[in-house]
Design a protein around this ligand. Structure first.
Ligand code: MEV
Length: 416
C-alpha cells in the first residue's frame, strides 16, 4: 500500500485537521476562522469534515399540485431559478393547477454474472423466485416493516459473456440505495453458493425506469400573452421549443438542464441525493437510444398543455433526511407528508421551471429577465452592501456589458 502524509487524516481531531490544511496551503487566520464549525451532525455524516458549505435556500410560491398549494424550499446558487419557478407555478395555477401521479415506485439493482449458461440461470431464477425474494428480504428485514420488499426479478443478457440478474424492490418511504445494495449482495452470495456463478458486481442501478412520476398542467392562452405577443403565439412558440428538444440533443440537454434547475434545488432542500436524481433523469431521457427533452408541451383549443414524465429516486425517511436538520423543516414547509407527495411536488417544480424557461426563451430571450438578478450577484460578488445595491444596479443597468471592474469603479465613486 502506498503511504502518503494524508494517511489517517480522518483519524485526526477536528482542530488537527483544520491546522494541517491551513499549514499545507497557507490559510490566513481569518480564512481559517471562517471554516470553523462545531456542529457534530456533519462531522459524523462525511469523512475528513472541514466545514458546512452554505448555499442560498429560498422558497417557490404559487405551486398548486393536485389542488393543494405548496411552498417548496429550494437550494440553489443560480440567481434566476426560484423567481422563474414561482413564475411558472403561477402560470400553471392559472389553469387547473398541476396534476401529479406516482406511476411506479420500485428501485432496481443488478447482479452481473460472467460466463454462465443463460438457459440454466434463467431456469434456476424462475424456479426459485420466491426463495430469492426471501433471501433478499431476509438480508434487510426492516424493509418489510415499511411495506416494501423485493417484488420482481428478471434476467438480461448483456453480451456473450455477461448476464444481469435484475432485482426490483419497493423501498417504502426510504430512498432505498443501501437497502437494495444489501439485498443484492445477499442474493449474489446465495447464487454463488447455489450455482457457483462468478459475480462481477452487485449494485443498484441509477436507471430508475420504475420509479416514475407523471405531471400534467395547462395554461390558458390569456395568461401567456406578453406586451408584444398574443397568448396563442407564445403557446405555439413554446410547443415549437418543446418539439426542438425532441429532435435535437443539443437543445434537449439544455431543456433538461432547465427542468433539473428546479428539481435539483428541491431535492437538495429535502436532504436527498441529487446526483442519483440527475443520473436517473438523463438516462431516462435517453432510454430509447436518443437523448430527448423530458417534458412535452402542446396546444389545446384553449391553451398550452404540458407533460413531464421523470424518475424520482428520493426518500422521505432515512439517509441524510434523518440527520440534516433542515431537511425535516423543509418537508414541513412544503407540507409533504410522505414520499409520494414529495416526489410529486418535486416533479411539479420541474414542470414549472421548464415552462418559465421556455416562455422567456421564446418571448424576450433569457437574458432580459435574468439581467436584474445577474447584476445583483455581480454587484454583491464585488463587495456592494445591501444599502449600496440599488444605486450600483441602477448605474450598471445603463452600461452595455458591465463587469467586475465597472462595479468596483462605481463602488469607489459612491464611497468617496
Ligand atoms: C439556465 O440555467 C436554464 C435554461 O437554459 C433552460 C432552457 O434553456 O430551457 C434557461
Amino acid at each position: 500500500m502506498i503511504k502518503t502524509k494524508w494517511d489517517h487524516f480522518y483519524k485526526k481531531t477536528y482542530q488537527q485537521r483544520l491546522d494541517l490544511i491551513a499549514e499545507e496551503v497557507g490559510l490566513s487566520a481569518s480564512r481559517l476562522s471562517r471554516l470553523v464549525n462545531d456542529s457534530t451532525v456533519p462531522q459524523n455524516l462525511i469523512e475528513n469534515f472541514l466545514t458546512d458549505y452554505p448555499l442560498p435556500a429560498g422558497v417557490v410560491t404559487n405551486l398548486k399540485v393536485n389542488g393543494q398549494e405548496h411552498l417548496v424550499p429550494m437550494v440553489t446558487e443560480e440567481p434566476s431559478v426560484i423567481a422563474a419557478a414561482s413564475n411558472g407555478s403561477k402560470l400553471l395555477a392559472s389553469g387547473a393547477g398541476i396534476k401529479a401521479e406516482v406511476v411506479s415506485h420500485l428501485i432496481g439493482g443488478q447482479i452481473v454474472i460472467k460466463d454462465f449458461p443463460l438457459a440454466e440461470l434463467t431456469q434456476f431464477v424462475d424456479e426459485h423466485r420466491f426463495e430469492l425474494f426471501a433471501v433478499a428480504n431476509g438480508s434487510h428485514p426492516h424493509i418489510l416493516q415499511y411495506g416494501g420488499g423485493a417484488q420482481k426479478v428478471g434476467i438480461r443478457k448483456l453480451d456473450e459473456h455477461f448476464t444481469s440478474v435484475d432485482l426490483a424492490v419497493d423501498p417504502g418511504e426510504a430512498m432505498g440505495a443501501n437497502t437494495i445494495n444489501t439485498m443484492l449482495e445477499a442474493v449474489a452470495a446465495w447464487l454463488q453458493q447455489k450455482l457457483a456463478v462468478t459475480v462481477t458486481m452487485a449494485i443498484l442501478t441509477n436507471f430508475e425506469a420504475e420509479r416514475i412520476v407523471q405531471v400534467n398542467g395547462n395554461v390558458p392562452f390569456s395568461a401567456l400573452a406578453t406586451q408584444s405577443m398574443s397568448g396563442e403565439t407564445v403557446a405555439k412558440r413554446i410547443a415549437d421549443a418543446s418539439r426542438i428538444a425532441q429532435i435535437d440533443h443539443y437543445r434537449a440537454a439544455t431543456h433538461n438542464k432547465g427542468i433539473m434547475n428546479g428539481i435539483d434545488a428541491a431535492v437538495i432542500a429535502f436532504g436527498n441525493d441529487w446526483r442519483a436524481v440527475e443520473s436517473a433523469a438523463h438516462s431516462y431521457a435517453a432510454k430509447d437510444g436518443h437523448y430527448r427533452g423530458l417534458s412535452q408541451w402542446s396546444i389545446s383549443a384553449t391553451g398550452l398543455v404540458g407533460h413531464l414524465t421523470i424518475p424520482m429516486p428520493i426518500g422521505y425517511v432515512g439517509g441524510a433526511t434523518k440527520v440534516l436538520p433542515l431537511a425535516k423543516i423543509n418537508q414541513q414547509i412544503a407540507q409533504v407528508l410522505n414520499v409520494h407527495e414529495e416526489m410529486k411536488v418535486i416533479a411539479a417544480v420541474g414542470l414549472a421551471q421548464n415552462l418559465a424557461a421556455l416562455k422567456a426563451l421564446v418571448t424576450d430571450g433569457i437574458q432580459k429577465g435574468h439581467m436584474n438578478l445577474q447584476l445583483n450577484s455581480l454587484a454583491m460578488a464585488n463587495g456592494a452592501t445591501t444599502e449600496e445595491l440599488p444605486l450600483v444596479i441602477d448605474r450598471l443597468r445603463k452600461m452595455k456589458q458591465p463587469d467586475s471592474t465597472d462595479v468596483k469603479q462605481i463602488l469607489r465613486q459612491l464611497r468617496r
